[in-house]
Design a binder for this molecule. Structure first.
Ligand code: SAM
Length: 271
């Protein structure tokens, strides 16, 4: 039985690849690549000569079957995508699942990933985040996803294609309002920058911005505060509003709203 290596490659700067990734690419029997021309540039740069087969999102299922057969026959295979970590908004998931089902060992070879590097330098909360990949193009699914983002009490991370950036920012503004957004542009490349402006300013400049982007959105803090309050006992919840000077009636109304229950329920508790 061979081993399947999931190898991360650079997202721009060719130096962002580990010694272990290069050794692995040199040692495997075969490399499954998203776009073989793209991977060839990387292999040429590191003077690696290796047979390549193409496996992209339109043929992953079909190609996975033949790759699994090769692994069963003892070949060691690396999977790479055009940039970054396979399986993260890139092919890989189907093949990896099949390998696991067939008791084939799967080994990650860590490296660059746009969303992690965007997040760590965004200045937003890194302790609790949600990666959502690309927003759906289908109108209904897109609306559902945007509504979901509106409620998420964690930092949200999105990928977006350059020509769709403006539309996506407008959609975000309509749903989440003026929450802080950071654009991580051209990570690891010459024109790398983190753009921290309010959403209207971002929309205004978005058409003049070139390159690749990660969109990082501040957590919904209002919902987060409400969730925190709902973990308190009713008495503690009451005290929280009492110290801010609300009347008994106002406090009961607010608690009922936070907890999404009828205000009579709260009123009865405090009788
Ligand atoms: N698998 C990749 C990874 O590990 O990050 C992501 C591949 S996905 C098809 C491509 C998207 O990732 C781009 O549309 C962009 O949102 C983001 N991306 C990739 N490279 C980037 C870079 N150098 N700077 C900013 N965003 C990048």
């Amino acid at each position: 039985m061979g081993i399947l290596y999931v190898v991360a490659t650079p997202i721009g700067n060719l130096e962002d690849i580990t010694f272990r990734a290069i050794r692995t690419l040199k040692e495997v029997d075969l490399i499954a690549a998203e776009d073989t021309r793209q991977t060839l540039k990387l292999l040429n740069h590191y003077e690696i000569t290796k047979p390549l087969i193409s496996m992209h999102r339109h043929n992953e299922e079909e190609k996975s079957n033949s790759i699994i057969e090769k692994l069963k026959n003892g070949e060691n295979i690396a999977i790479v995508s055009d940039a970054g970590t396979p399986g993260i908004s890139d092919p890989g998931e189907i093949l990896i699942k099949q390998a696991i089902e067939n008791n084939i060992k799967v080994i990650p070879i860590p490296g660059a990933c746009a969303m992690i590097n965007a997040l760590i330098c965004s200045g937003l909360d890194t302790s609790n985040f949600e990666f959502l990949g690309f927003l759906p193009l289908n109108k209904k699914l897109r609306k559902e996803k945007l509504n979901e983002i509106e409620k998420i009490t964690k930092t949200c991370i999105l990928y977006e294609a350059p020509h769709k950036l403006k539309n996506t920012l407008i959609d975000l503004k309509n749903i989440i309002g003026d929450r802080q957004i950071v654009l991580a542009r051209e990570l690891t490349k010459i024109h790398e920058e983190f753009i921290r402006k309010n959403i209207d300013e971002l929309i205004e400049i978005s058409e003049s911005l070139k390159g690749e982007f990660v969109i990082i959105i501040e957590a919904n803090k209002i919902e987060k505060n409400e969730n925190e309050l709902n973990k308190l006992s009713l008495e503690e919840h009451y005290k929280f509003y009492e110290v801010s000077g609300l009347t008994k009636k106002e406090i009961i109304k607010q608690i009922a709203k936070d907890r999404k229950v009828n205000k009579n329920e709260i009123y009865t508790h405090f009788l």
